[in-house]
Design a protein around this ligand. Sequence first.
Ligand code: SAJ
Length: 427
Amino acid sequence: MKKICVVGLGYIGLPTAVMFANHGYQVVGVDVSERTLNLLSKGQVHIEEPGLQEYLTNALNKGTFTVSATPEEADMFIIAVPSPITSEKTADMNYIESATASIVPYLKKGDLVVLESTVPPRTVMDVMMPILKEANLEFGTELFISHSPERVIPGKVFEELVNNSRIIGGINNESADITKEFYLSFVKGNFHMTDVTTAEMVKVIENTYRDVNIAFANEIAKMSENLGVNAWEAISLANHHPRVNIHYPGPGVGGHCIAVDPWFLVEKQNELAKIIYLSRLTNDGMPSFTVNKTLEILKSNGIENPKVTVLGLTFKSNIDDVRESPSIEIVEQLSKQPFDLVSFDPHVKENKVASQIQSFENAITHSDILVILTDHNYFKQINPLKIVELMNTPIILDTKNVINRQEWEEVGFKVYKLGDGKGNPMN
Ligand code: SAJ
């Protein structure tokens, strides 16, 4: 049985590791976190992802998955460590460098090294290969190297690992071909073979495309408010055109990918990456835009010392991940105001944000304004009739087009929507 060593057991590395361990490979998972290793060796997962627990339990029972603090000899090494940005918005390559260095002592003739982390284009050539040189193996004949970027979406990781098409960029054709052989064990999607730097570029521009498109949508939203147009309606009508796919506005772009990866392009060539840079600024400005909108609404309704209720803390719908969420920044900014501020999220079971409480009813009772920041199904199902009497002043600001304006207005709510200048009482 061939052996795979996966370095980094996070949102991508762990699902990939247990997937291989359930598809004919012996896998050792390596991580720097003792807590992660302890939990996994006891069969417990440290991240929430549908299907992960079952895959882990199965692999542990079969004896095909083990964990370790240091790498071991293997036929294939997968690097799936974080590649964040620094406070100066430059790529932090520390994890990639140390993970690459950590496998060098275990490399032997015929091995394959695959980078899955999203990185600035040229990282394999300029950062990893100089480190891998220490293994004294000839690249492309004795040591094979490729980049096969992860492209799965949290919440649907296992479905997408199997069904998404996969980009494989090798330092030569052999490297790409050998990589494909391994992934063929579970990937049902198509394989697209290319060179290593193109593969890096592909992954970064996919997320950058989304960021630029969302910035465009946010700009449309702001303009629509002034024009008396509902941006949500306008965008969805425009999207009926066969060659148009405009994304949707919101209170900001969160997560660890879409708000990060465009910086990898800006950092390298800022004089060229102009639209990309402006889009980042536009999307990063949406939390302040949302806060200002909330303040304006309160002012125009003559409400002083209000109770403000923030609904939705995660960075997108129906997940439990609050890291890099625009809601956090919005809550932080609102907390500087002389408000009674409470926040609520049905998916975040521990209080992770200062103003957070666990009871929806307490969150809305005596509230002066509800501010919806994520499109959780939970919020779509709120019956306005049941809550209108509990509010102090029934006002709602919906930034994700979650509620039906007419239904809420009929029971007495004053409804404001981000990007909706049509029925906006502010016009
Ligand atoms: N958002 C909008 N408007 C939209 C769509 C999204 O404001 O129309 C916001 C969301 O609310 C969220 C943020 O963008 O705050 C990002 O969410 P997302 O669902 O677009 O993406 P992620 O970050 O969860 O996952 C992305 C995916 N990339 C693409 O769809 C091109 C995923 O396939 C990648 O694997 C992942 O990044 C990654 O790890 O790079």
